[in-house]
Design a protein around this ligand. Structure first.
Ligand SMILES: [Zn+2]
Length: 302
């Protein structure tokens, strides 16, 4: 694995351009390496979260929600997707021209790297440490850099897409991290990702988010939201069964059965009531018990 040119890097401490991953020539901070991977983390740095809360966000109407909670178009797939990647996110990725630059936050072992590089895109994967990466993921070469999502070591507007799956629940200050992601994505570029909703408390997670929580997170950072939808084929019933401490095959089957009965009950009720706006009712019912919430958001051109 080759690291990209250092022109995209900035010092996580003083925000000046970082010419070398050994240290910053402006503030003098030096960086360690973890088995060859630069650790671009500043131990004592403060950032301010820009937080303007408007009264029009104290309440979201059904009409507003209906415009955001929508199933997105999916890529037609001939290949098996890497772990976590959603066909709706691939649909967006497939519109990228060759040479586009993708940043993945929380890349684990870098299991998505081959998928992106095979399409001719330049891929940068980062994670907070290598310790969390399980053995089966080690074979993918790991992250390009180790860093903290609240203090990204990248210059402004460097990436066409930032992708971040199953990470935001692990961030102590998600509003600051969303602001950082906005900073590094180009105007017109995308922020694609998902976050835990009805999963158990896991790996020291902080904030699990409802669809409204995701809307607020993205809106606060000034992203334009295109779609929010419940994690595909991943209900809270299944997540709780599969991630529990005594998770067994039987429990997982039970999780699937519970979700199926939930769905059948709602489909039946909707059928006899013959409600208007069935598609919104349907996605709202799925979202109510989702294990995770996914999104497609855009940094406006301005
Ligand atoms: Zn510096």
């Amino acid at each position: 694995m080759k690291n990209p040119s250092s022109e995209i890097l900035s010092c996580p401490n003083c925000s000046n351009q970082l010419v070398s991953t050994d240290g910053c020539e402006f503030c003098g901070l030096t960086f360690q390496k973890d088995e060859g991977t630069p650790v671009l983390i500043a131990p004592n740095v403060n950032r301010h979260v820009q937080f303007t809360f408007k009264s029009d966000r104290s309440f979201i109407s059904d009409g507003q929600l209906e415009q955001l909670l929508i199933d997105p178009p999916l890529a037609s797939l001939s290949e098996k997707l890497p772990y976590h990647l959603d066909p709706a996110h691939v649909y967006i990725f497939n519109r990228l021209p060759k040479g586009s630059r993708v940043l993945e936050i929380g890349c684990g072992g870098g299991q998505n790297r081959k998928f992106f590089e095979d399409k001719g895109w330049s891929y940068v994967g980062v994670d907070i440490s290598k310790e969390r990466v399980s053995d089966w993921l080690q074979k993918y070469g790991g992250p390009n850099y180790l860093c903290d999502a609240h203090f990204l070591p990248f210059r402004d507007q460097q990436f066409d897409i930032v992708y971040c799956a199953a990470v935001f629940e692990h961030l102590a200050c998600p509003f600051l991290a969303a602001q950082e992601l906005y900073r590094v994505v180009k105007p017109g570029g995308y922020f694609l990702g998902n976050v835990s909703f009805l999963e158990p408390w896991h790996d020291r997670s902080y904030f699990h988010m409802t669809p409204l929580g995701v809307i607020e997170l993205l809106t606060q950072a000034e992203f334009h939201i295109e779609h929010i939808w419940p994690g595909r084929g991943y209900s809270g019933y299944f997540a709780l069964a599969a991630m529990g401490s005594r998770s067994t095959k039987l429990l997982k089957v039970l999780g699937k059965v519970l979700y199926l009965s939930y769905r059948m009950e709602h489909k039946f009720k909707d059928l006899i009531r013959n409600n208007k706006n069935q598609s919104f009712k349907d996605i709202a019912n799925r979202a109510k018990v989702a294990g995770a919430i996914d999104w497609i958001a855009l940094r406006p051109e301005k």
